[in-house]
Structures are given as C-alpha cells and as structure tokens.
Design a protein around this ligand. Structure first.
Ligand code: UDP
Length: 236
C-alpha cells in the first residue's frame, strides 16, 4: 500500500548533470525517468519541479554583470529545457506526462493552472511544472512549495545527492550527523541548507511536509514511497 496519494517531487538541476560539469547527463535523466515511471505505476499522482542550476542561475549571472531579472528569466528558461528533457525521457519509456509552464509559451507546454495540473494527474499523466513560479527573485524550491501546496500534495519529496539533512555539510565535515526528522523552525534557526527560507516558510505555514532523500541511487524513490526510512522528514 503506497504511503501517499499525491506527491510533489523536486529535482535539482544540478543533479541532472550527473558526472558532467554542465548540462544534462542522459544516463541520470533516464534513471530518473525510470524511477518516476515506477512510482506512477504504484498509482501515485505525481507532480514534478526541476531546477535549472545545471544550465543557468540568475544570482550567479548577476554576479557576472547580468541584469538580475533577465538572469532569473534565463534561469526559468533553463528549467523549461530540463522539463522538456525529462518529458522526452518519460515519453521514451511510455510514461504519459504533461509539461506545464508558469509563463505562457505554447506550444512548448500548457499554461499552468491548478485545474490543468489536477486533470493531468487524474488522467495518469506525470505533471511537470516548469519555469518555477514565473517570477524573478524566487527559486525552484519556492516553485516546488507553491505547486505542492496548490495541488494539495501529501508531501514534497526533495531528491538530492545526499541521503538527508545533516548537522553540517557531510561532503565537507566527516563528523556531521544525520537528522531522522527535524522541524521547519529548527531548519531555519540552525541555518541548515535544505531549501531557501522562503520555500521552507511556505511549507511551514501550509503544513506541507518535506522529505529529503538521495534520488541519485536508483530505486530510492520507490523505497521512500514504500515507507522505508532512508531520508529526513521536515515537519511542524
Ligand atoms: N528562477 C526564478 N524564479 C523561479 C524559479 C527559478 O527566477 O520561480 C530562476 C533563478 O534564477 C534560479 C534559476 O531559475 O537561479 C534556476 O533555478 P534553481 O536555482 O532553483 O535551480 P536548482 O538550484 O534547483 O538547480
């Protein structure tokens, strides 16, 4: 019996790079697509938000002299590129899906509305929410919180390359220990780098639990959906 009826899955753009330094790693992409298809096969309704950090980040661009708003718009376009790549990988393995865009850009995707998203998911399509929130100065973490809350997801599953939230960055500090669960306010108070504060606060105010896990290990998405305790839960 699956734990959740409807999930919002957040994938970082950076993870899509796989072993590469930039862009999209086809192997990682197809690993993600297979895991997502497996989850859809469990009868779970799935909404997905992908970042764009493997291609462009507005803040980094601003540091190099780009106009911040245009840089963020470039970042949002990067998330559309990643969403189309995931859509194509899902098509290739026969998983129905639909790309929705926060900014109008038919025929690349359907303009987002809650109704269109629910309709897609109820029809067995994986709904891919691209272009973040559609506004600059936000991130795809905030886009995930927003879409997760709007579509009334049971949980936001944040797939990362680390297996949960640690007291310090485990890739830098070998003494770091993992939390099994933690409150949103502790995440904010301790300055833990799970999601940005805006996104965390939105989840806190709207009671959307976040589950952080390592999505780069094939099979982990199903393990989480089966109820295996392999990550960290953030809650009120
Ligand atoms: N972005 C934005 N508004 C949004 C979502 C994203 O302006 O609602 C831009 C922002 O410039 C961001 C970039 O898109 O840096 C890529 O998203 P993000 O950094 O969240 O990607 P990730 O770190 O998850 O790969």
């Amino acid at each position: 019996m699956a734990r959740f009826k409807r999930i919002l899955l957040k994938l970082s753009g950076e993870s899509l790079m796989g072993e590469k330094g930039y862009g999209i790693d086809e192997k990682r992409l197809s690993d993600y697509a297979r895991q997502i298809k497996e989850a859809a096969g469990m009868g779970i309704q799935i909404g997905i938000v992908i970042g764009g950090g493997n291609i462009f980040r507005g803040l980094t661009g601003a540091g190099k002299g780009f106009d911040r708003v245009k840089g963020d718009q470039m970042g949002m376009c990067a998330t559309v590129i990643n969403s189309l790549a995931l859509s194509s990988a899902l098509d290739a393995i026969g998983q129905k899906n639909r790309v929705l865009t926060a900014i109008r850009m038919e025929p690349i995707g359907q303009y987002y509305s809650k109704q269109a998203a629910i309709e897609a998911m109820q029809n067995g399509e994986v709904a891919i929410f691209s272009a973040g929130t559609g506004s600059p100065y936000f991130t795809t973490d905030t886009g995930s919180s927003l879409r997760g809350i709007e579509i009334e997801a049971d949980v936001m599953l944040k797939g990362t390359r680390v297996d949960g939230i640690y007291t310090a960055d485990p890739e830098k500090d070998p003494t770091a220990t993992k939390f099994r669960d933690i409150t949103y306010s502790d995440v904010i108070a301790k300055g833990l780098k799970v999601m940005d504060i805006t996104a965390t606060a939105m989840c806190m105010q709207n009671n959307l639990p976040i589950y952080v896990f390592n999505m780069d290990i094939v099979g982990n998405l199903k393990r989480v959906l089966d109820g295996e305790d392999i990550g960290t839960l953030v809650h009120n």
